[in-house]
Design a protein around this ligand. Structure first.
Ligand SMILES: *[C@@H]1O[C@H](CO)[C@@H](O)[C@H](O)[C@H]1NC(C)=O
Ligand SMILES: *[C@@H]1O[C@H](CO)[C@@H](O)[C@H](O)[C@H]1NC(C)=O
Ligand SMILES: *[C@@H]1O[C@H](CO)[C@@H](O)[C@H](O)[C@H]1NC(C)=O
Ligand SMILES: *[C@@H]1O[C@H](CO)[C@@H](O)[C@H](O)[C@H]1NC(C)=O
Ligand SMILES: *[C@@H]1O[C@H](CO)[C@@H](O)[C@H](O)[C@H]1NC(C)=O
Ligand SMILES: *[C@@H]1O[C@H](CO)[C@@H](O)[C@H](O)[C@H]1NC(C)=O
Ligand SMILES: *[C@@H]1O[C@H](CO)[C@@H](O)[C@H](O)[C@H]1NC(C)=O
Ligand SMILES: *[C@@H]1O[C@H](CO)[C@@H](O)[C@H](O)[C@H]1NC(C)=O
Ligand SMILES: *[C@@H]1O[C@H](CO)[C@@H](O)[C@H](O)[C@H]1NC(C)=O
Ligand SMILES: *[C@@H]1O[C@H](CO)[C@@H](O)[C@H](O)[C@H]1NC(C)=O
Ligand SMILES: [Zn+2]
Length: 349
């Protein structure tokens, strides 16, 4: 993937929406949920429609050589695979099912632990159509050629131990929602055992949080719930981070968990916040369902705020090794995983 192109995409998004501050669609009552949900179905391709466009593919015979067939709508799937790191860039994405696309489908299926068929089968399309994070899954760079970069594991954008976050005033985020953001920051701070994350005003904040219209992050239909990125500002190359959540969605507070509804497209604010903060603290996407860094919101996991054992392991490796030198003894890791797992189970009980 051409990294400078994705950087350009990011820049385009920033320029386009610099002034388009939108109000947060925080859920407060049921009627609002319904009215916002209706808006969203407009212009979205359903899995059924995509299926209708690929009638020539016989999913029950994976051996059949289906390359070089033309499939209406495939160009959009190619763009999707390109943007999230599964397919090389091409000047024009056409509707021809070529070998690189088949390989991309296979890589995608393998990554997400789906049956590897190389076909756009139902299982694969269902996943593609779920709401997801805008940060790519693979093949992307930590690269500031356009003054903005994706956050990427292994590249610390700030050396500060005291990090601050602040809310975009134009988003008019209600206090109870700010509290939810605060809880997510605290949960991460607790888990790292090293960071001190506190609130300050938007201008001063290291991590700036707001709600934005994200319709054009990608210029094709992809249901993006949020994005996080790093910005490098002149003249001193100071780096700040941003978390932008989709203002065109309804967001439920933890106390409104009974209004979480897959049909009405209401997303859990705390879960998405946990995910985006994770990027800024040094974590890439994980393909494990239980990880908060899983890029999609699964219908079965609309609310997922607890760090999984996998996440805790990652945090341990990154934050504790950095302090006390490399701790390469896997036995230590296993014991800590087990004890964390046990602690988690005790909490659940
Ligand atoms: C699909 O492939 C299977 C196995 O090769 C075959 O039995 C079936 O008739 C094919 N269906 C169509 C619609 O071509
Ligand atoms: C399928 O057909 C394409 C183009 O004709 C060819 O390049 C490819 O090797 C074939 N794949 C298989 C598995 O036969
Ligand atoms: C596709 O999968 C979804 C969920 O996994 C299921 O509800 C639906 O019936 C499937 N559709 C087809 C055409 O198999
Ligand atoms: C973090 O802030 C506290 C309180 O202001 C201060 O005592 C401490 O030295 C700071 N830590 C670092 C690493 O700057
Ligand atoms: C963070 O840790 C403190 C002290 O251990 C605890 O009181 C607090 O509830 C924790 N917060 C979260 C969100 O886990
Ligand atoms: C965390 O930062 C806040 C604000 O800078 C400060 O008041 C507090 O003392 C810090 N706590 C620690 C443990 O450094
Ligand atoms: C933000 O807070 C700092 C102190 O933490 C203060 O100096 C600054 O004037 C504040 N900026 C705004 C715009 O309120
Ligand atoms: C982008 O970064 C470069 C190099 O740090 C700097 O010269 C330039 O002024 C920056 N542009 C903006 C808009 O901050
Ligand atoms: C998204 O929200 C903005 C501001 O609230 C609104 O102007 C725009 O029409 C919305 N877009 C869609 C597709 O609903
Ligand atoms: C939903 O929220 C209520 C009240 O805050 C809480 O008692 C309940 O455990 C929550 N349910 C889930 C599944 O989180
Ligand atoms: Zn993400």
């Amino acid at each position: 993937m051409k990294s400078n192109l994705s950087a350009f995409l990011l820049l385009f998004l920033l320029l386009l929406h610099q002034s388009l501050f939108a109000k947060a669609g925080i859920v407060s009552s049921l009627p609002k949920i319904v009215s916002v949900a209706i808006k969203r179905f407009k212009g979205k391709i359903s899995p059924k429609e995509i299926m209708n466009h690929i009638p020539d593919l016989n999913f029950s015979s994976p051996q059949q050589n289906q390359t070089l067939q033309e499939i209406k709508g495939l160009s959009r799937i190619k763009e999707y695979f390109y943007n999230f790191g599964y397919l090389q860039y091409s000047e024009t994405f056409d509707d021809i099912l070529d070998q690189p696309t088949v390989s991309a489908i296979q890589t995608y299926q393998q990554s997400f632990n789906l049956q590897v068929t190389g076909h756009l089968n139902n299982e694969t399309l269902q996943l593609i159509l779920l709401p997801r994070c805008a940060v790519p899954d693979r093949n992307f760079d930590y690269d500031f050629t356009e003054n903005v970069s994706w956050p990427k594991a292994g590249n610390q954008w700030s050396q500060k131990k005291n990090l601050t976050y602040g809310f975009l005033p134009e988003s008019d985020i209600p206090d109870n929602a700010k509290k939810v953001f605060g809880q997510a920051f605290t949960r991460w701070a607790n888990a790292t055992g090293r960071l001190n994350l506190t609130q300050t005003n938007y201008t001063d904040a290291d991590i700036k949080v707001g709600f934005y219209v994200l319709d054009d992050v990608y210029d094709f239909d992809v249901d993006v719930f949020g994005i996080s990125f790093i910005r490098e500002e002149s003249p001193f190359s100071v780096k700040t981070a941003e978390i932008r959540l989709n203002a065109n969605r309804s967001w439920a507070l933890p106390s409104e968990n009974n209004s979480l509804s897959w049909e009405d497209d209401v997303l859990d604010l705390e879960s998405v916040t946990m995910h985006e903060i994770g990027h800024l603290l040094g974590f890439d996407h994980s393909f494990l369902h239980e990880s908060v860094m899983y890029p999609y919101i699964l219908p079965s996991q609309q609310r997922k705020i607890q760090l999984s054992n996998f996440d805790k392991n990652n945090i341990f490796q990154q934050y504790n090794n950095a302090r006390s030198g490399y701790c390469g003894n896997w036995r230590v890791l296993v014991i800590i995983t087990l004890s964390l797992g046990f602690g988690y189970m005790v909490l659940l009980a």
